[in-house]
Design a protein. Structure first.
Length: 281
């Protein structure tokens, strides 16, 4: 296998600072996750076109999980380049279930910036299945509901004797507040513990938001979630939703715990989902 170089295209603040990764091999380019908004997606397309002009064609696209900031740009890529879109079976099924509802919810907010068409995964992978593409081996690890309704990790082994690179989607946010509104916090915490052991030997972890890191990013995300959930538990007092006053207090205590992080509006966004999960447990 050949050496793989990882490039990153990061979206704007409006596009949640989401990372699309471009893996350059001797044979071409593979993209992992595809950005949220049309302006950022257009920038990703231009970067891919630059590699194509340099003799590195796009070979395929992987999607780590079923959130629009990771799958929205797939249509622009496959419209221009006829390449497969890979995802686990669960991620593919969930994208089909939620894409129209997400467009109905967020399209009016973002207007013309929200893509009008969704391209769904064309190759559905089972847990542990390997795809050889561009001289590198891509192996998917099915995680299930965690940060989203369907998460996965993509392990890339650029050479036979090399430690894998782990593309972890949103299982850990690095340097931003996380999205907690899908309500699978208990599963997410368990997944972080399990993955911490599994990925201990990975060379680098590449998160969906923030800079590449070591395996410690998983433990840091777990500590954040534990703090956040305990704050929600206290402020909700057994109810499945927070009052406006309690939501303001939650924002204050979480900002104190993790000061100066971007995407602070996500603190309140996920509060009721977490409260409902805790109330039902």
């Amino acid at each position: 296998m050949s050496t793989t170089t990882v490039h990153v295209h990061t979206g704007s603040e409006a596009g949640l600072f989401v990372n699309s990764y471009l893996l350059e091999t001797a044979e071409g380019l593979v993209v992992i996750d595809t950005n949220l908004l049309n302006t950022d997606i257009a920038g990703l397309v231009e970067k891919i076109a630059g590699f194509e002009r340099a003799g590195k064609p796009l070979l395929g696209v992987f999607v780590t999980h079923a959130h629009p900031d990771h799958f929205n740009g797939a249509h622009a890529l496959v419209e221009r380049w006829d390449v497969p879109v890979y995802a686990t079976e669960a991620v593919a099924a969930t994208i089909r279930e939620i894409a129209d509802a997400k467009r109905a919810q967020w399209g009016p907010v973002y207007g013309e910036e929200w893509p009008a068409v969704t391209a769904y995964p064309t190759v559905e992978l089972k847990d542990g299945q390997q795809v050889d593409l561009g001289g590198a081996a891509f192996t998917v690890r099915h995680v299930g509901p965690a940060e989203s309704h369907a998460d996965s990790v993509i392990l890339v082994r650029p050479a036979t004797d090399a430690a894998p690179l782990a593309f972890i989607g949103d299982l850990a946010f690095h340097g931003t507040h996380p999205y907690t509104a899908d309500g699978h916090g208990a599963h997410w915490l368990a997944a972080l513990t399990e993955l911490g052991a599994e990925l201990a030997d990975a060379a680098v972890l590449y998160p969906g938001h923030g800079e590449p890191a070591g395996v410690e990013v998983l433990a840091a995300q777990r500590q954040y979630l534990l703090f956040y959930r305990e704050a929600v538990r206290r402020l909700a007092a057994g109810q499945p939703a927070l009052t406006d006053r309690a939501r303001e207090e939650l924002d204050r205590v979480v900002q104190d715990y993790a000061p100066n992080l971007p995407l602070g509006w996500m603190i309140g966004l996920g509060a009721d989902a977490v409260a409902a999960e805790l109330a039902a447990s």
